[in-house]
Design a protein around this ligand. Structure first.
Ligand code: FAD
Ligand code: SIN
Length: 523
């Protein structure tokens, strides 16, 4: 099946949906999304969305906090524009219907998280993402110009390569003409042609064994752009959230929001001693890279699988009122957080790098944009400040909409694109090969490319990954395509990019910490 649109959007989290709402009055829009529409990291966001709302907070303070957390690798121009546009974007989200908690006086009840010098995180209890996702989807499903194709997996973006022209990383201008997608009804590959394509496929957490990310986060968009020879950067900066619930049988790991630490919870060893001040004067509210490394170190020193988060300084009524989901979740596994400590462990949470984009969210490929977690805008540097991710997606999807609406007027759909060639492909009966390779990949990444790295560990990871890469390419080239084989291939591409960029970075910076290149101040 072939179809044509003005705007093709891959992904239905905050980045894809907010962009769709803006471009839909300027043309026909198609959103493809690989699971049900609401399934996304956005839906699970807990802590909230950072923005400057009232004094004594100022844009300058938020800019400074972002740059400090980012360990000075941030692009200051991008930080400045994101933060100065933050209040406007939040007001728009509120106008669309998103509800954020208020105090009795009617002002927004702003929370504080690690690395923030002021209270500036807007939230809806501890389920902010769900509130945002629901609000956006309601508008999307009522819009006459937007078609949503659920359970539809984007395999590859279409470029000159599919017209039989040679494309490599030195080709000066590569163009995107749309995408090939897997039709869930026919199990065949459909061709979607579009003037503009927007990639909003989210994160990569599932390349690790322990992650807070939902199963959809397999780095598909980044892998597609990499294969199409687009620019990818900063993949070595994987953020491990310090506090996911230690409950080994549960996947994905349940997040214990940083906002709890903002409200007074503290980290403790298994013998109930606070330890964060040994590592940083900001204690349990230091930026995430520092807290995750400190926990990792304590776990290694003490030979334990987790540490504790002690919430006893927070009143029970406040716990139940502000953190109802976490309270209920912990109670469901027998922990009353008003009386008992929560066992927590770091988990892969967020990728700071990805598809390199400019200030208008344009990628290095013509007519191709990227926004949200899959994009590398320069905002986060080497470590993202908490609650800046939802904000970044809103700001850059808005900027992309302005740029692409104008641009789309002078783009013609390319009609020479061939349909997907599935000749000679056979059904791969051996699902076990795929699931086993996924486990191997996750094990390699978790053991050798985790919070603490070394040259030797990275080399070992690289060599091991090469074996799975060759086996998988072989399987992919002869199999009828399924979501699992495509995801595995994408995750291997992502693993490769993380390892290669980690090997190339000969220093410890932000989230990339190598024992071979210690920082003078590192602990
Ligand atoms: P997502 O919301 O992940 O959406 C990606 C979409 O792409 C999904 O619809 C997916 O199905 C689709 N997709 C992926 N691949 C394909 C494909 N091949 N074909 C078709 N569709 C595809 N950030 C904050 O700022 N504040 C928070 O409080 C916060 N809390 C978080 C809590 C958790 C548990 C997690 C996991 C993350 C949290 N984050 C938070 C990070 C933030 O939620 C994400 O970075 C952000 O939501 C990403 O939005 P997105 O639109 O880029 O991607
Ligand atoms: C959290 O609530 O701790 C997650 C916030 C984020 O990832 O920005």
């Amino acid at each position: 099946m072939r179809s044509k649109y003005d705007f093709l959007i891959i992904g239905s989290g905050i980045a894809g949906l907010s962009y769709a709402l803006k471009v839909a009055s300027h043309g026909k829009v198609c959103i493809v999304t690989k699971a049900s529409a609401q399934e996304s990291s956005t839906r699970y966001a807990q802590g909230g969305i950072a923005a400057v709302m009232y004094t004594p907070d100022t844009h300058e303070k938020h800019i400074r906090d972002t740059i400090i957390a980012g360990d000075h690798l941030c692009n200051e121009n991008i930080v400045r524009l994101t933060i100065t546009e933050s209040t406007q974007r939040i007001k728009e989200l509120i106008k669309w219907g998103a509800r954020f908690d208020k105090t009795k006086s009617g002002r927004y009840d702003l929370a504080k998280e690690g690395g923030h010098s002021e209270y500036r995180v807007l939230h809806h209890k501890d389920s902010t993402g769900n509130e945002i996702e629901k609000t956006l989807l309601e508008k999307i499903f009522n819009h006459p110009n937007i078609e949503v194709r659920q359970n539809t997996f984007a395999i590859d973006i279409i470029t000159e390569h599919h017209l039989g022209r040679e494309v490599n990383r030195r080709t000066p201008e590569i163009t995107c003409f749309g995408a090939y997608v897997l039709n869930p009804k026919t199990q065949l590959v459909d061709t979607i042609l579009s003037k503009v394509t927007m990639i909003c496929t989210g994160g990569v957490g599932n390349v690790y064994s322990t992650t807070t990310n939902p199963v959809i986060s397999t780095g598909d968009g980044i892998a597609m752009v990499y294969r199409a020879k687009g620019k990818i950067e900063n993949m070595e900066f994987i953020q491990f959230h310090p506090t996911s619930l230690y409950n080994p049988s549960e996947k994905p790991s349940f997040l214990i929001t940083e906002a709890l630490r903002g409200a007074g919870a503290v980290l403790k060893t298994l013998d109930f001693k606070e330890f964060m001040h040994k590592y940083d004067a900001r204690g349990s509210l230091a930026p995430r890279d520092i807290v995750a490394r400190a926990i990792d170190n304590e776990m290694k020193i003490n030979g334990c699988d987790y540490v504790y988060l002690d919430c006893s300084r927070i009143e029970k009524v406040e716990l139940i009122d502000h953190f109802p989901n976490i309270y209920a979740k912990c109670l469901s596994i027998g922990i009353d957080i008003s009386k008992e400590m929560i066992p927590v462990v770091p988990a892969a949470h967020y990728i700071c790098g990805g598809i390199k984009v400019n200030e208008w969210s344009c990628s290095s490929i013509e007519n191709l944009y990227a926004s949200g977690e899959c994009a590398s805008t320069g905002l986060h540097g080497s470590n993202r400040l908490a609650s800046n991710s939802l904000l970044e997606a809103l700001v850059f999807s808005h900027r992309a909409s302005e740029n692409s609406i104008l641009k789309s007027k002078s783009i013609a759909i390319c009609n020479e694109i061939p349909d997907w060639n599935a000749e000679g492909m056979v059904m791969n009966e051996e699902m076990v090969l795929i699931t086993q390779s996924i486990k191997e990949l996750q094990s390699i990444m978790s053991h050798y490319v985790g919070i603490v790295r070394s040259d030797l560990r990275l080399k070992r990871a690289f060599d091991r990954l090469e074996i799975i890469y060759n086996e998988t390419e072989d399987l992919y080239n002869k199999s009828i395509l399924t979501l699992s084989i495509c995801e595995l291939r994408n995750m291997i591409n992502i693993g490769y990019l993380i390892i290669k960029m980690a090997i190339n970075r000969k220093e410890s910076l932000g989230l990339h910490y190598s024992i071979d290149y210690p920082r003078p101040s590192a602990s």
